[in-house]
Design a protein around this ligand. Structure first.
Ligand SMILES: [Zn+2]
Length: 127
């Protein structure tokens, strides 16, 4: 019943940056996305000479100049799951206002054990 709503939460953030999963790294969508990221990194890390590199080789563990990071991203691609740039200054709460308000509206889920018992009782009323 209400528990189905939970599935929806994560979608907007990921949909917004679908380009990360684009396998064609020459696609305009992909290159635009990288430009977006570089701009984002510049704005959120003012004065930083190096940021951690979210390319698939560095895996957010190595630090590179922003210019190099852009180069890595074109060459190696961005980590597919890194659609919320929390390591580069993005606040999870502000990632998408629509997803944030949805989170607030979610009804508390009933104790899963109780739910299972209900289902069992419904299925086997005479058990
Ligand atoms: Zn890299």
């Amino acid at each position: 019943m209400t528990s189905y709503e939970v599935v929806v939460i994560v979608v907007p953030g990921i949909m917004r940056r679908r380009w990360i999963q684009n396998l064609n790294r020459c696609a305009d969508e992909y290159l635009d996305g990288i430009e977006d990221f570089i701009e984002f990194a510049h704005t959120h890390n003012p004065g930083a000479t190096r940021i951690c590199c979210p390319c698939r080789r560095c895996n957010n563990t190595l630090w590179e100049t922003i210019e190099n990071v852009g180069f890595h991203l074109v060459r190696n691609g961005m980590i597919e799951t890194y659609s919320i740039w929390n390591l580069h200054g993005e606040q999870l709460d502000n990632a998408s206002s629509s997803s944030a308000s949805r989170v607030d509206n979610i009804q508390p889920i009933v104790d899963p054990n109780e739910q299972v018992m209900d289902i069992i009782n419904d299925a086997f009323p005479f058990a």
